[in-house]
Structure formats: structure tokens, C-alpha cells
Design a protein around this ligand. Structure first.
Ligand SMILES: C[S@@+](CC[C@H](N)C(=O)[O-])C[C@H]1O[C@@H](n2cnc3c(N)ncnc32)[C@H](O)[C@@H]1O
Length: 247
């Protein structure tokens, strides 16, 4: 099975109606423009992060607990990073970093440290190569090959996730995160791109949403996902107190 956006494009293109044809052509144009823009950024930064990568041996695109690799568009990444106003006191973590596009972009800001985490060996190698080749580096950065649910969250002031995993993994990540914040108290923000399981974040009393961006549309086509922004609430003293429920 192919990813949803490809299936949708083929369906629209095969439709007989003129309106559908126009819509499909506009969608194709929008995606081509975005691809061109992404290629320009790759050239400018000196890295290679494009494409899809499915880690499953059988090429199953429907697994929803460990998502395939697909990068956030540069346009979205830079807007997010600008909005975060990162500084030397920040440690930026991309959970499920894939080939390291977001980690590379964050490393071009004056941030204390950037950590990319992924558990697919091929993707980690690609991310390491990209960090090595990156032009205009301003931050210390490293890639860790481990599951997000195994990481020691005693560091990190900003966590970035582009819908990397399903509810069970997010659940495990949040309990480890709560433990890390208890042992090393600090401020924390979470950027959740395509926030499919944000109901789990909402269940915690120690996180609160503080901003939300709608999907980005171009020529009537969605070219970037919705983003939700979270931070520690005033109830942070209840870290890990509440029993979370899987949706
Ligand atoms: C949609 S891609 C996002 C890539 C990158 N963060 C970006 O925004 O460009 C999701 C990534 O999460 C990784 N991933 C999924 N489950 C994971 C887990 N439990 N631990 C670490 N990485 C995981 C996948 O291998 C994939 O590279």
C-alpha cells in the first residue's frame, strides 16, 4: 500500500469530472512547487534528507505504532524554529529524527545542543552523515540510535515530534519524560506536528497547549500538517501523578 497522499492523487487523477481533474492538477502543481523548494534548501544546507523510507521488511505502509520516515517540509520547519526563539540554554530533541532534516535545521540556530533520536539504523547513519555535511552549523549536535521510549529524558527543553509513533509508544514516552522532569526539573515545550494522538498529551495535568497552527495550504492543497504546541502547566507538581488511558 502507498502513503495516503499518493493514493489520493491517483484517485483524483483517474476521476472523469473536470473539476476533479483541475483539483488534481493544482494538487500536482502544489506538490511539485514544494518539492522544488525542499530541493533548494537541501542544496543550500548541503544535506540529503528527501524521500520516504519504510523500515518494515515487507514494505507495509499501514503500520501505525512505528511510522515510516517522511520529512517535515523546510518551510514549516523554519517557521516553527523561528517561533520557538531557541537560545544557548535550550536542548532541542527531535524524537524520530529520520535522516536528520529537523536536527540539521535546528543546528543552524544558536541553540545549546541538538539531539536526534531514531531507532532505524539506516536512518541514523543518514542523519549522522547529514550533520557532518551540514553547512552553517551553530550548535553542538548528535544522533542517538535508540527507541524514543528508552531515552533518558533528564535533558531536553524542546521536544519535536512529527507523528512518529502510535498511542502506546507515546504513552511510554510521556511516563519516561515525567520521570526525567522529576529528576531534573526544568522548562519544557513540545512541538507536535500532525498531532494524531494529542488526546494523550491533553490527559496529563502537567502539560497544556499554548498554540496551534492549522494545516498549510497551497493552491487548495494541504502541503503541511497541523502543529500543536505544548508547555509545562502550573500543575507541573502533578508530574506523572495521573493514570493515563490509551484512547
Ligand atoms: C514522520 S518521520 C519524521 C522525521 C523527522 N522528525 C522530520 O520531521 O522530518 C517519523 C520518524 O520516527 C521514527 N520512529 C518511529 N517510531 C520510533 C521510536 N519508537 N523511536 C525512535 N524513532 C521512531 C521513524 O523511524 C521515522 O524516522
Amino acid at each position: 500500500m502507498t502513503p495516503t497522499f499518493t493514493r489520493q492523487f491517483v484517485k483524483e487523477k483517474n476521476s472523469n469530472s473536470g473539476v476533479s481533474w483541475l483539483r488534481a492538477t493544482a494538487a500536482g502543481l502544489a506538490r511539485s512547487t514544494l518539492r522544488l523548494e525542499n530541493a533548494f534548501y537541501e542544496y543550500h544546507l548541503g544535506i540529503t534528507t528527501r524521500g520516504l523510507y519504510n523500515w518494515t521488511p515487507g514494505g507495509d505502509w499501514s503500520q501505525d505504532e512505528h511510522l515510516y520516515y517522511y520529512a517535515t517540509s523546510y518551510r514549516r520547519i523554519f517557521r516553527i524554529l523561528d517561533a520557538l526563539r531557541l537560545g544557548p540554554a535550550d536542548t532541542f530533541i527531535d524524537l524520530g529524527c529520520g535522516k536528520g532534516r529537523v536536527a540539521c535545521c535546528a543546528s543552524s540556530y544558536p541553540v545549546g545542543e541538538v539531539i536526534g533520536i531514531d531507532d532505524v539504523p539506516e536512518l541514523c547513519s543518514a542523519a549522522e552523515n547529514n550533520l557532518r555535511d551540514l553547512r552553517s552549523r551553530r550548535a553542538r549536535s548528535r544522533i542517538l540510535r535508540c527507541g524514543a521510549q528508552e531515552f533518558d529524558y533528564s535533558v531536553g527543553t524542546v521536544i519535536y515530534m512529527f507523528h512518529p509513533f502510535g498511542a502506546r509508544t507515546l504513552f511510554a514516552v510521556l511516563s519516561r519524560l515525567a520521570a526525567g522532569l522529576q529528576s531534573s526539573p526544568r522548562d519544557l515545550r513540545i512541538v507536535y506536528v500532525n498531532p494524531v494522538h494529542e488526546s494523550i498529551l491533553r490527559q496529563t495535568k502537567w502539560l497544556e497547549p499554548y498554540d496551534r497552527w492549522p494545516p498549510l495550504r497551497y493552491l487548495g492543497t494541504e502541503v503541511a500538517h497541523e502543529v500543536s504546541f505544548w508547555r509545562l502547566s502550573d500543575d507541573r507538581c502533578r508530574l506523572g501523578d495521573e493514570p493515563l488511558r490509551l484512547p
